[in-house]
Write a protein that binds this ligand. Structure first.
Ligand code: NAD
Ligand code: UGA
Length: 452
């Protein structure tokens, strides 16, 4: 059996590395139109940082795992084609700012129709609006060779930073397909691949529409929990309650559970905002105004949380940060990844620059080039300095803001950081990871999310 995956990104690369590892008898080729990315997958320095990924790729690459720009041939030779391309928020035309931009998906479907000479199972791995499979099917019907296709939905639930663990031991694998003999056979083929390492009771099968919608719903529920606890963090700051204590008490109810109740500067990442906005757009499309408004509030609360954090910094720093040196610790959207897409740090740094602060950034994994690209500034911009250690970034600073929860930030030598800062020395913990009492003993004035 041969598998082709279109899209060598955060999902395509790790997911296919796992399938290749678990199924040595299956040839897996990951293709992309981005030649630079494919070259990186074939090099020593993989294009994404994910714990355990290097080992998997190095062991399987050249055996049964291949990275290639030869899209047409790899599709034609495959029995199963995964579509794992990006589905960003549309920035133009109808639905701009909310709907998913499906142009890359459509291009993939057209390419599969154009080059296929044999029957295939086509798997939607990308996160898609419900009913996208019907569009893909219509395009595939126009295949000149008259090859037959079954379209499955198999959304990915991995989180960045824990991708390999999530792929190795998923809470569930979801496969949606047509409830016809051909559709059920295709579901069984994909089921048998996952069943090589995932317990069958964790492989859920549904119709296509339920599978597509479950992915958007899962992300919306996760994002909603973060916005819910962040909303409460504002009330905690007003009332001297402590958001971590509230989260612990609330999360101890087994019906609620403790996960995803960590108050923060707001969620980031390439998917939560895009997928919730897509859900909002779909609800509006189907005339479900109240449902759309309900989910939109999750995004509005996240925007509010980021703004609120900057406002608190400005107010605390005597109502101005103009010309002040602010050390920013962490730029990635979460720890253990070099991904910065939609990172709260981007929005917070931009707001600080608007306030004319001088920002000094340190992140253990994000490159100088990436930070400047995200902030939309040239390298060498006088207001932004990138450092290779936290202590360098903090030297002579008026204030420190922790924006990513990297473990190393909890182990810094805060006494020496304090000694090298201007006084009074402020610290703003946007991730609630620091021992505030210890910091206060050193002499810092501390501020954290949802705590007075
Ligand atoms: P990504 O941007 O990292 O990778 C997508 C890749 O597809 C890019 O390298 C791009 O060059 C390639 N591509 C685009 N059009 C192509 C075409 N026509 N032919 C060949 N290659 C093409 O995206 P990602 O983060 O891997 O996300 C992919 C999908 O998976 C999205 O729908 C996303 O919502 C979903 N998803 C992402 C995550 C995550 O953690 N990043 C988790 C679950 C689901
Ligand atoms: C998320 C989901 O967790 C995955 O299941 C899903 O597959 C993926 O989106 C996707 O569809 O792309 P990811 O965005 O990689 O994964 O990372 P998360 O761990 O969910 O974190 C998202 C953001 O929420 C981060 O900025 C994180 O710091 C923040 N967060 C998370 C909080 O602020 N508080 C929490 O309690 C948890």
């Amino acid at each position: 059996m041969k598998i082709c995956c279109i899209g060598a990104g955060y999902v395509g690369g790790p997911t296919m590395a796992m399938i290749a590892t678990k199924c040595p008898d299956i040839d897996v080729t990951v293709v992309d139109i981005n030649a630079e990315r494919i070259a990186a997958w074939n090099s020593e320095a993989l294009p994404i940082f994910e714990k355990g990924l290097d080992e998997l790729v190095i062991a399987a690459r050249g055996q049964n795992l291949f990275f290639s720009t030869n899209v047409d041939q790899s599709i034609d030779e495959a029995d199963i084609v995964f579509i794992s391309v990006n589905t960003p928020t549309k920035t133009y035309g109808t639905g701009a700012g909310k709907a998913s931009d499906l142009k890359y998906i459509e291009l993939c479907a057209r390419k599969i129709a154009e080059v296929s000479t044999t029957d295939k199972i086509v798997v939607e791995k990308s996160t898609l609006p419900v009913r996208t499979a019907s569009t893909i099917k219509r395009i595939l019907k126009n295949c000149p060779s008259e090859a037959q296709f079954e379209v499955l939905s198999n959304p990915e639930f991995l989180a960045e930073g824990t991708a390999i663990k999530d792929l190795q031991e998923p809470d569930r694998v979801l496969i949606g397909g047509d409830q016809t003999p051909e559709g059920l056979a295709a579901i069984q083929t994909l089921f048998d691949i996952y069943a090589r390492w995932v317990s069958p009771d964790r492989i859920l099968t549904t119709n296509v529409w339920s599978s597509e919608l479950s992915k958007l719903t899962a992300n919306a529920f996760l994002a909603q929990r973060i916005s819910s606890i962040n909303a409460i963090s504002a009330l905690c700051e007003a009332t001297e309650a402590n958001v971590d204590e509230v989260a612990r008490a609330v999360g101890s109810d087994s019906r609620i559970g403790p996960k995803f109740l960590k108050s923060s500067v707001g969620f980031g990442g390439s998917c939560f905002q895009k997928d919730v906005l897509n859900l909002v757009y779909l609800c509006e499309h189907y005339g479900l105004t109240e449902v759309a408004q309900y989910w939109e509030q999750v995004i509005l609360m996240n925007n509010y949380q980021r703004k609120r954090f900057v406002q608190r910094m400005v107010t605390t720093l005597f109502n101005t940060v103009a010309g002040k040196k602010i050390a920013v610790l962490g730029f990635a959207f979460k720890k253990d990844t070099n991904d910065t897409r939609e990172s709260a740090a981007i929005y917070i740094c931009r707001d600080l620059l608007d306030e004319q602060a001088e920002i000094h950034i340190y992140d253990p994994k994000v490159s100088h080039k990436q930070i400047c690209a995200d902030l939309g500034i040239p390298e060498g911009h006088p207001g932004v300095h990138i450092h290779s250690s936290a202590s360098d970034a903090c030297a002579n600073a008026h204030a420190v803001a922790v924006l990513t929860e990297w473990d190393e930030f909890t182990e810094l030598d805060f006494q020496s950081i304090f000694d090298n800062m201007l006084k009074p020395s402020f610290i703003f913990d946007g991730r609630n990871i620091l021992d505030l009492e210890a910091l206060r003993k050193i002499g810092f004035e501390t501020h954290a999310v949802g705590k007075v």
